[in-house]
Design a protein around this ligand. Structure first.
Ligand SMILES: O=C(O)COP(=O)(O)O
Ligand SMILES: [Mg+2]
Length: 232
């Protein structure tokens, strides 16, 4: 990790593809919605490449597999309502924690870091999901995709967390699975670490500019710990 002006005091952690593999929930909800619109089921692999830029983008992409641009706009509002109903019914049932997420959050907290979750997922999905998986108590603040006027890759939600915590961006690290997280962090002036196991729009994470690739959140904590030792 590159040298900073001092120790890292907070971590902003992404949700889908970083803490939880949520594609199995998306899969059930999206195919439930598609069935209502007389569209055939699609695969988890197809969905994986469309997750990351929020629900609206996801549903537009899913409809565009079968419809032209005008058709997408015509069905969008009803499809969104159907999808939301299906997603809320399934939220957290099929999704699973990635390895060493809880251990990593414990380790980050053990380093004295303040923790925030910033996701492009709507808060109405993210909050019950974090609670169901036992992750909610780790986070002082959670921002969903609709909580602020602009979402990742815009730096706005990350800068809001920095302001909430009274920290400068160079005292904060963002940890995520996609170029959205990395671009938002770079634009905010935060450090960024990426995990290689999530959903990066079908691209290798190595193509994304970051301060390091970590195999787990526990590895992220180890790296931050050594950074802070040399920065003190
Ligand atoms: O729901 C999405 O589009 C992705 O959400 P994320 O920001 O937690 O990866
Ligand atoms: Mg993600």
């Amino acid at each position: 990790m590159r040298a900073g002006n001092g120790p890292i005091r907070a971590a902003i952690i992404d949700l889908d593809g970083t803490m939880l593999d949520t594609v199995p929930d998306f899969h059930v909800a999206i195919n439930g919605m598609r069935a209502e619109f007389n569209m055939g089921p699609i695969s988890e692999e197809q969905i994986k490449h469309m997750v990351g830029k929020g629900s609206e983008n996801l549903i537009r992409g899913v409809l565009a597999l079968d419809l032209d641009a005008a058709g997408v706009e015509q069905d969008f509002a009803a499809a969104m309502l159907s999808y939301q109903r299906h997603y809320l019914a399934v939220n957290g049932i099929h999704s699973v924690l990635y390895p060493d997420v809880v251990e990593g959050l414990d380790a980050l907290r053990g380093l004295g870091l303040r923790l925030a979750c910033v996701t492009n997922k709507p808060l109405a999905f993210a909050a019950p999901l974090l609670a169901k998986k036992g992750l909610a108590p780790y986070f002082e603040v959670v921002y969903g995709g609709e909580c602020l006027p602009r979402k990742k890759p815009d730096p706005m939600p990350l800068l809001r967390v920095c302001a909430d915590f009274g920290l400068a961006p160079e005292q904060v690290v963002a940890i995520g699975d996609s170029s959205n997280d990395a671009e938002a962090a770079r634009a905010a002036g935060c450090f960024v670490l990426t995990v290689p196991y999530g959903y990066n729009h079908g691209r290798a994470i190595h193509e994304t500019d970051s301060d390091g690739i970590v195999n787990t959140l526990l590895d992220a904590a180890t790296l931050i710990s050594s950074h802070n030792t040399t920065a003190n």
